[in-house]
Write a protein of this length. Structure first.
Lengths: 300, 523, 340
């Protein structure tokens, strides 16, 4: 049966197919989500970020890399709404363009770390035995590693740059996902419907992806959105040590790091990207909390 | 209940307020001292360790920090070059004693030089260029009569050069008796001297905690005891924190503030700002191992593509002055003409005439704020003539590792002299007779693969020249040649800006690390 | 289900510990070797003659094949000799004894503050789910997550130290006390107490307050959020309803009934936060000039001081494993299913 655009089809209490049931569930979740003002606010900001990233050349009033040393360190004013940095570049334009590398880092890390951790955790929890022991030991090793050492070392070896920073952060970010996924898989693996699937002779892959995954996915998604703030700040920390996005790229973390010399007098140089990061984190957190409220019916 | 807890907490906090002033007889200096490897003068070769060593030990002769072209007596009260120009006779200062009370003897001088050569650490090459080896040093340094010393050398240079060498850091004289008492496993006291001192200078080392603090205490045996009893150099890595310290009076001198941070302190009457010229020159160098960079038209065009005014008067004002030759101001013979200025149109014309277009290069740069700002400015000004510069930042050690292996394309770096003679810089920028990979040199010319046999000959001639006036003229010629025809675009000379509490007087900071003197400071 | 009791389990634990540390060392070692930084430069500097360079290289054992260098390191480490740091010139063990207690002191105070404030606040937020106080607490926690550490630290120093003079400045002690107090454990609070120097003790505390509060704030953000999540899950369960019906006060329900059930996962969360703090917050240590292990490891990495990095990693890894084990054991003890 095909997807229909009528509202009553989506809200029908007697779905005629699995597809319709699923669509109905998502639609209802969406409605519930939109009822929370915090969630709406978060989504709006994220939408703003994405728009800024896509339409930066049209939104930004000036070239983010255009230097004018005679206009350096100007406070926010008419000519430059958010002031200028130490090389005379317009901060508003830089922060708008900065949405691109920031969003790129956050989404790439999430797309790398979460699935890897999820998969590993699910396998560990489901198969148990020595597979679980080995996988968990690996996870423990990565967790025991001082994160900064691992990230710094990788960037030192691979060279500075956004992509390498992403890899470095992702490698330190996946263990918590694995742990949670493993804990959940362990609990669920003994449950009835998994047993039933096994008895039916379904291949392991199908069980993992068809049955286990939908259970573990919601908490992972929630964790990812909540961790995004942390990812942005870790990238900022790497930028602080000179190992993230390279100049003149206006990645927010790198901007804060250069702005720290002017923190007391020309506070706007660090404050502008700082507020941007704060808003982005806030948005992701609100969305994450909202998702938890929506996806985890026990907390409703 | 909650308010009571809050009140108690605030009360405790209030009672914990710090005593915001430094102790009367201790000078507190805030500076990043992470670079110190050792305080043994035979090993100390970094900025921070050089400064500490200079206040603890005395060489035979010293530079005057206010005019480093003039030599002053150190542990030698007078000296006379021999007629054949191949040796010098020194008279040791009468009644000179070390901090331990042991008198300073010729044996101590011999021992000090000998251990530098035997230990063969970073600064050893400075003394080794006098033709001294651990085996022949006993013949080179002799005692013709009690209280006198005769130093000979082999090499094609005169007494003036040798005196400059002896005044450098490895020329510090250590107390042989005390050092040998603390020797372990034949290390000539190297391990002990890392943390302890055995000198005759105004201060002795009371405490050294790596990366944390150096505490100097007045040496009561010194000929001229220092005016302030102790000097506490604490390691504060963050310049913004240093600023808070000086503003609240918890530090007397801070050394690492940025240009804008210093400017922000101008309005305060309790803080004074001082500027000291430094002997470091900053430049962009092109590695001629890359074919695309070999065309001299590129070098010439790039000379017009740095915003000299913008960088020195605005971006890094007070910390860089425009200087376009390899001898910094303060050396005899320094060339002070600055014929180049930012002129993208002229640069474009030069490139067009040479048929160069679409040039792109990677420029290595150390990722500290000062260099990064300069690099980004250069990146932008180069783009004005169509040259695309990609920045490759890295930490100091990363950048230098690549540089030594000649893996870079362009690099933004600086050079400070190893000791106070023009030859140190001349060798770096105007001497290279063997460009092969096996003939490793730490000179700027070798590292950028610029082979210059003729200019090298002229450099050696300048080294040999005995007459100071003629020598200065020769160096001027060398600088003009390098200024106009080399793959080095020298743009700036560094200046050190230091913030001090207004009651601190007598602080002297010469152009190099060994010329920082604390003994005249009063509070 | 006390299946982990007994010497066999201890042996298994010991083996797994050693194995883990070994892998940690191996990976760190390889990373250190692969980094494009020349460790000899740290020792001889850039201008040394080629002979001095080669000599130093030989003395550091760097002219040996890589596997031999590693084997040598492991053999020495097993005897307690962690090598010599090229950036401080001292044995790494001595370095760690100087720098780790600084981080330990700060991290411990920080986590104590984080737990002291975080758990009750999380409980409150869960209890007042979706009311304004919940939103407020979440916002405050969120700020702790999203504001860069050094910014808060510098502004904190500006306000509380420079302007108000309420707390001590950067560093662990005022200059006057630094070198008059005998450093035995290198924990300022312990050493000053041992010396009986009350003024120095108060001074040390005044220097600890601000950075510990900062770190406490960051752990609080995470701890309160997790506490809230755990409590929310429990509060909808039957036994809570039962307790309430039986007339227990809200506070009693939360503390006596729910808290023991969430103690195990909560402790895991707290242990994780503690481990994160113990690895040394480089940015905090930079801003406060706190000579801790974060700065030590970072500087060592940047100068390719492999021994120092290995030593630091070993220590932090060991702490992590210990914390992990403690929480696992505690979890087993607290597991209500094991009690029957």
């Amino acid at each position: 049966m095909t997807i229909q655009l009528r509202r009553d089809w989506w809200l029908s209490d007697a779905p005629e197919s699995a597809l319709q049931a699923r669509c109905g569930r998502f639609y209802r979740m969406g409605l519930r989500a939109l009822r929370s003002p915090a969630m709406v606010f978060g989504l709006a900001i994220i939408a703003l970020l994405v728009l800024a990233a896509i339409f930066a050349p049209w939104l930004a009033p000036a070239d983010p890399n255009a230097q004018d040393i005679s206009q350096r360190l100007l406070p926010p004013g008419a000519a430059h709404w958010l002031g200028t940095d130490q090389l005379g570049r317009d901060l508003l334009s830089r922060v708008i363009y900065g949405a691109r590398p920031t969003l790129m880092i956050v989404s790439l890390v999430a797309l790398l770390a979460a699935p890897a951790g999820l998969l590993l955790g699910m396998c560990a929890g489901y198969f148990g035995g020595w597979i679980e022991a080995v996988l968990m030991r690996i996870t423990d090793i990565f967790m025991a590693f001082p994160r900064l050492v691992l990230a710094l070392a990788l960037v030192a070896v691979l060279g500075p740059g956004i992509v390498n920073a992403v890899i470095a952060i992702a490698i330190t970010a996946w263990p918590p996902y694995a742990r949670v996924a493993r804990a959940e898989s362990r609990t669920v693996k003994g449950s009835d419907f998994i047993q039933a699937a096994r008895v039916q002779g379904l291949p392991t892959g199908r069980i993992l992806f068809g049955h286990l995954l939908p259970i573990c996915l919601p908490s992972t998604v929630i964790r990812v959105t909540l961790d995004m703030a942390g990812i942005i700040l870790t990238a900022a920390g790497l930028g602080f040590l000179g190992l993230g996005a390279q100049p003149p790229m206006s990645e927010w973390g790198a901007m804060i790091s250069t702005g720290r010399q002017y923190i007391f007098d020309q506070w706007w140089v660090a404050a502008v990207p700082g507020v941007a990061i704060l808003l982005a984190s806030l948005a992701f957190n609100l969305v994450g909390d909202g998702l938890r409220d929506v996806l985890d019916p026990k907390n409703g | 209940m909650r308010t009571r807890i809050c009140a108690a907490l605030i009360g405790t906090l209030l009672s914990l307020s710090a005593w915001a002033a430094t102790p009367k007889d201790t000078l507190v200096v805030a500076k990043n001292i992470d670079d110190i490897v050792s305080l043994d003068p035979a090993e100390a070769f970094e900025f921070s360790s050089g400064e500490v060593v200079a206040n603890i030990y005395e060489p035979l002769v010293r530079y005057d920090p206010q005019d480093p072209t003039k030599l002053k007596p150190g542990l030698a009260s007078s000296w006379k070059p021999a007629a054949d120009g191949k040796s010098i006779e020194f008279t040791l200062r009468k009644n000179a004693v070390f901090e331990s009370g042991n008198p300073v003897r010729a044996e101590d001088v011999l021992f000090s030089y000998q251990r530098v050569l035997r230990l063969n650490k970073a600064p050893a090459f400075i003394l080794a260029q006098l033709g001294w080896t651990p085996d022949n040093i006993a013949q080179m340094v002799r005692q013709p009569a009690p209280g006198t010393l005769q130093l000979s050398w082999s090499g094609d240079f005169g007494p003036a050069y040798v005196l400059n060498v002896l005044a450098a850091r490895p020329g510090a004289i250590v107390d042989q008796k005390l050092v040998l008492q603390n020797e372990q496993a034949g290390d000539l006291g190297n391990g002990w001297l890392m943390r302890n001192s055995a000198g005759s200078g105004p201060y002795k080392l009371k405490l050294y905690k790596p990366k944390e603090v150096v505490l100097l205490e007045a040496n009561k045996q010194a000929a001229n005891p220092p005016k302030t009893g102790s000097v506490l150099i604490k390691s504060i890595a963050e310049p913004a924190t240093q600023r808070l310290l000086i503003e609240s009076g918890d530090a007397d001198i801070v050394r690492d503030l940025g240009a804008d941070q210093i400017d922000a302190l101008k309005s305060r009457n309790d803080i004074r700002l001082e500027e000291f010229p430094a002997a470091a020159v900053h430049f962009v160098a092109l590695n001629l191992q890359n074919d695309k960079l070999r065309n001299p038209a590129i070098w010439e065009a790039m000379r017009y593509l740095i915003d000299y005014d913008g960088i020195s008067k605005q971006l890094l004002r007070g910390q860089m002055r425009i200087h376009q030759a390899f001898l910094p101001v303060g050396f005899a013979g320094a060339l002070t003409t600055t014929p180049y200025k930012l002129d993208p149109e002229h640069a474009k014309a030069i490139l067009a005439k040479a048929g160069v277009n679409g040039l792109e290069m990677d420029m290595d740069v150390i990722n500290s704020p000062r260099f990064m700002d300069m690099a980004q400015s250069i990146q932008a000004s180069m783009a004005k003539a169509g040259i695309k510069v990609n920045l490759v930042p890295g930490t100091g050690s990363q950048v230098i590792t690549r540089y030594r292996a000649r893996k870079h394309q362009a690099i933004l770096l600086y050079w400070g002299p190893d000791f106070y003679d023009p030859h140190s810089n001349a060798k770096s920028f105007a001497y290279n007779v063997d460009n092969s990979d096996g003939a490793y040199q730490s000179t700027t010319t070798w590292r950028n693969s610029w082979l210059i046999p003729e200019l090298s000959a002229k450099t050696l001639a300048a080294l040999r020249e005995a007459d100071p006036a003629k020598r200065a003229t020769l160096y001027q010629g060398l600088q003009k040649e390098v200024q106009a025809n080399s793959p080095f675009i020298i743009g700036f000379q560094e200046q050190n800006r230091v913030a001090l509490r207004s009651n601190v007087k007598g602080y002297v900071q010469g152009p190099v690390a060994d010329l920082v003197q604390y003994d005249g400071v009063t509070k | 289900m006390r299946r982990h009791a007994g010497p066999l389990a201890l042996l298994r634990w010991g083996i797994s510990l050693v194995l883990m540390l070994f892998v940690l060392l191996l990976v760190t070692f390889l990373i250190g070797k692969a980094a494009p930084i020349d460790p000899v430069l740290q020792v001889v500097g850039d201008r040394a003659s080629p002979e001095a360079y080669q000599e130093a290289r030989h003395r550091l054992g760097l002219d040996r094949p890589v596997y031999e260098q590693f084997a040598r390191y492991v053999a020495n480490a097993a005897r307690g000799d962690l090598g010599r740091s090229t950036s401080t010139g001292r044995p790494v063990g001595e370095d760690l004894r100087q720098y780790f207690p600084a981080t330990l002191e700060l991290a411990t105070l920080g986590i104590a503050l984080g737990v002291l404030f975080g758990v009750p606040l999380g409980m409150l937020a869960a209890h007042q789910h979706n009311r304004w106080i919940d939103q407020l607490l979440r916002l405050v926690g969120l700020l702790g997550y999203s504001v860069p550490v050094f910014w808060l630290g510098l502004v904190g120093l500006l306000v509380f130290y420079a302007k108000l003079g309420w707390v001590g400045g950067p560093g662990r002690l005022d200059d006057i006390y630094q070198y008059t107090v005998d450093s035995w454990s290198n924990l300022v609070l312990v050493d000053t107490l041992r010396a009986g120097n009350a003024e120095a003790f108060r001074n040390g505390l005044s220097h600890l307050v601000l950075p510990a509060a900062l770190l406490g704030y960051f752990s609080l953000a995470y701890i309160s959020r997790m506490t809230r999540a755990f409590f929310l899950e429990e509060l909808s369960k039957e036994y809570v309803l039962t307790a309430r019906v039986k007339g227990a006060s809200e506070l009693r329900v939360l503390v006596r009934h729910v808290l023991p059930n969430v103690a195990a996962p909560l402790l895991t969360v707290i242990a994780l936060s503690y481990a994160v703090l113990l690895e040394g917050a480089v940015l905090t240590e930079t801003v406060f000039s706190w000579p801790g292990i974060g700065l030590y490891i970072t500087n060592a990495l940047f100068s390719a001081d492999v021994s120092a990095v290995l030593g630091g990693t070993l220590l932090v890894g060991l702490c992590f494993v210990l914390l992990n084990t403690l929480t696992d054991v505690f979890g087993l003890l607290m597991d209500p299913r094991a009690r029957t």
